[in-house]
Design a binder for this molecule. Structure first.
Ligand code: ADP
Ligand code: MG
Length: 660
């Protein structure tokens, strides 16, 4: 019996030491890990017989005869290409086939040969075109579901396909150990592990692959639910002495604003936790606070810290970046000054002497509030007098938070704040065992960020609008889906580098900066600080700015290829503007003409409520998309595409409860 989780990929033929290392860097060390690298797409290679059956939106397979000798040519923008013409049959028009940056293809294709080309077919004044199609030699029968793999840490997609095939060959005649309970497979009517892997990697049809992906989705959700239930049951048995109830009126009366109803409700939920709702012993608080950007989570956290301070105890609040820690420090200082509660800031730039002083204060019996970055607290601080830990995650919402919360075994009351709204049904599955509070209301009088949707043809006008804003002394962002050109499977998408280069010229003398995830942390920090200090007018960035940039002077954001982002993510990005008193604008740019995409993006223009946007996304795209790593970097669900609907989550939870 072969246990796929116990056999190393190092034994596979064709996997040398270097490849094995690259695989291991990508978290692939066993056969099981390898076979879990699912195709990112399936291509339907069923050939079309007429150009009228093709579309510029979707790829089609065409078996064509090459009718002119392939040659090197140059495009209008001076890019070197290999091009030739080919046709389906005598009665069909010629198709120009063009490949970028691959001169070696001159020796692959020859006049008179037949090839299958797979890609989008477009028509322009210059005739019919296929740009960089995939290709294979013609054969007897074509698969409707040819797997296409992602590239994995330096291993190209073709090579990965080959390794996976070698692995499938190696297990084909073996008996393979099942990873789910047989009873569950039977009850649920799910295929066994081995045939599922074959269905994923060598399907006869997409439908077969889809059904098999459900098995893995089920397994993943099931394991997750089981772990959740175990963790929360262990937590349930621990109790602590609750804090004494205190009147919060002196604090709320001292705020420069009236709390919203939602803030009041959440504050009472939190103080209920902290004071044990009147019981002599209670469970330590394990609460997740969700509230859209600007919903006023800091004031809620401050109310909780006030209650702790009035009990003579200490609180800590952790922020993801130094900039945010400073901001919290300044705000809390303002809130607490008149109440005589000292606020200390601990960041990377705190001097050793100041740090020592803070450490001394921590050992005293006095109440205090300590503000700092996550990193600093992870490096260790004497926490024995601390009764409340607030974690401001600010952005991504993930399972890491849940684990952090649940694993703080002996830790005090804990509150995690998240700005990524997630529908309640999903939150209940993901955060089983945690209490969830939601601020579903923003303070009155907030300006909405005017959001518009435009095709690329209108960009010129948009840039003149951006220039006007910059001329008024405001700042802006341009968001691109890619860091650099030529990333795989990304034709037609704009890269931050490319846009930065172009805008640096066309927008001069305005100062255009570049920020992306592949930069060193120190460089990123420097750019963000330059931007915050207004030494940069326009920042071209990838989605890294999602995290903790707060520049109230920024009033305009343009998002390229907006169709590529989830709505929740767009909402998060949009929240980077509109933070000051000036009217702000967000421009969504999309070349897409798909009805679905346009409808989704139009919804963003109308709706400004993060929770409604999240619900809409859930309805339109299903939970799979939500759990997918593209929208939520921390989610552990690799097989999210197999998650059919919310009911599946409830069903899985039921079964997990039965088997724990
Ligand atoms: P977030 O939930 O994004 O962390 P903050 O706590 O930073 O939001 O609050 C955003 C801004 O709104 C702050 O300037 C804060 O002082 C202000 N604010 C918070 N609550 C209210 C309220 N009830 N009415 C008016 N302004 C408020
Ligand atoms: Mg905040």
């Amino acid at each position: 019996m072969l246990n796929l989780k116990a056999v190393s990929v190092r034994g596979l033929s064709g996997v040398g030491a270097k490849t094995a290392e690259a695989l291991e860097n990508a978290g692939v060390s066993t056969y099981y890990d390898l076979l879990c690298k699912f195709p990112r797409a399936y291509e339907d290679h069923t050939p079309r017989y007429s150009l009228s059956e093709t579309s510029p939106e979707h790829s089609s397979a065409l078996v064509m005869r090459i009718s002119s000798a392939p040659r090197i040519a140059y495009t209008a923008s001076k890019k070197r290409v290999v091009r030739f013409s080919a046709r389906l049959s005598d009665s069909e028009p010629l198709v120009n086939v063009v490949f970028f940056n691959q001169p070696y293809l001159l020796s692959t294709f020859h006049q008179g040969e037949d090839w299958l080309f797979y890609g989008r077919v477009t028509r322009s004044t210059g005739g019919w075109f296929m740009f960089s199609p995939s290709y294979e030699k013609p054969r007897e029968d074509y698969s409707q579901a040819v797997p296409v793999y992602p590239s994995v840490s330096g291993i190209g997609s073709k090579k990965l396909a080959k390794i996976i095939n070698t692995c499938l060959d190696a297990i084909e005649n073996e008996e393979v150990a099942e990873s789910l309970l047989e009873e569950i497979l039977e009850e649920e009517g799910l295929p066994d592990i081995k045939s599922s892997f074959f269905s994923i990697h060598r399907p006869q049809s997409r439908e077969e692959a889809r059904r098999a992906s459900e098995r893995f989705a089920f397994e993943e959700l099931f394991n997750f639910a089981v772990a959740s239930i175990r963790l929360s049951r262990r937590e349930d048995t621990k109790t602590v002495t609750p804090l004494k109830p205190q009147s919060l009126t002196p604090f709320t009366d001292s705020l420069p604003f009236e709390l919203t109803d939602a803030q009041k409700r959440v504050i009472s939920e939190i103080s209920g936790d902290l004071t044990g709702n009147g019981n002599a012993r209670c469970r330590a608080m394990r609460r997740l606070l969700q509230g859209d950007v600007g919903s006023g989570k800091t004031a809620v956290a401050a109310a909780a810290m006030y209650l702790v301070a009035k009990n003579g105890a200490k609180s800590v609040i952790m922020a993801p970046t130094e900039i945010l820690a400073r901001q919290h420090g300044a705000n809390l200082e303002r809130f607490f000054k008149m109440h005589g509660i000292p606020v200390y800031l601990l960041t990377g730039s705190t001097t050793a002497a100041a740090r020592r002083q803070i450490e001394e204060r921590l050992l005293s019996d006095e109440p205090l509030v300590l503000v700092g970055t996550h990193a600093l607290f992870e490096s260790g601080i004497n926490a024995s007098g601390i009764k409340l830990v607030v974690t401001d995650e600010q952005h991504r919402f993930g399972v890491k938070q849940r684990e952090k919360l649940l694993s703080m075994a002996d830790s005090p009351n804990s509150l995690v704040m998240s700005a990524t709204p997630i529908p309640r049904t999903l939150a209940m599955f993901l955060y089983a065992g945690l209490d969830i509070s939601i601020i579903d209301e923003v303070p009155k009088g907030r300006q909405e960020i005017q959001t518009v949707l435009i095709p690329p043809a209108k960009k010129e006008r948009m840039y003149s609008f951006i220039k006007d804003e910059l001329a008024k002394g405001r700042q802006g962002y341009v968001i691109c889906p890619l860091v650099e050109e030529d990333e795989e499977g990304t034709d037609g998408l704009l890269s931050a580098e490319e846009v930065h280069e172009a805008l640096s010229k066309t927008l001069a003398p305005f100062r255009v900066g570049l920020l992306h995830g592949k930069m060193k942390p120190a460089n990123k920090k420097e750019i963000m600080e330059e931007y915050a200090a207004h030494n940069i007018d326009l920042l071209v960035s990838t989605t890294v700015i999602e995290v903790g940039i707060d520049v109230p002077n920024a009033t305009v954001m343009a998002i390229e290829n907006a169709e590529r982002f989830g709505l929740a993510q767009l909402h998060q990005l949009r929240g980077r503007v509109g933070r000051g008193s000036e009217k702000s604008t967000c421009v969504l740019i999309t070349p897409s003409s798909s009805r679905d995409a346009l409808e989704r993006l139009s919804f963003m223009c109308k709706c400004h409520d993060g929770f409604k946007i999240a619900e809409y996304d859930l309805e339109k795209r299903g939970p799979g998309d939500f759990f997918g790593s593209r929208q939520h970097g921390d989610m552990p669900f690799a097989f999210s595409e197999g998650i059919r609907d919310v009911a599946m989550l409830e069903h899985v939870t039921e079964i997990a409860k039965k088997y724990v």
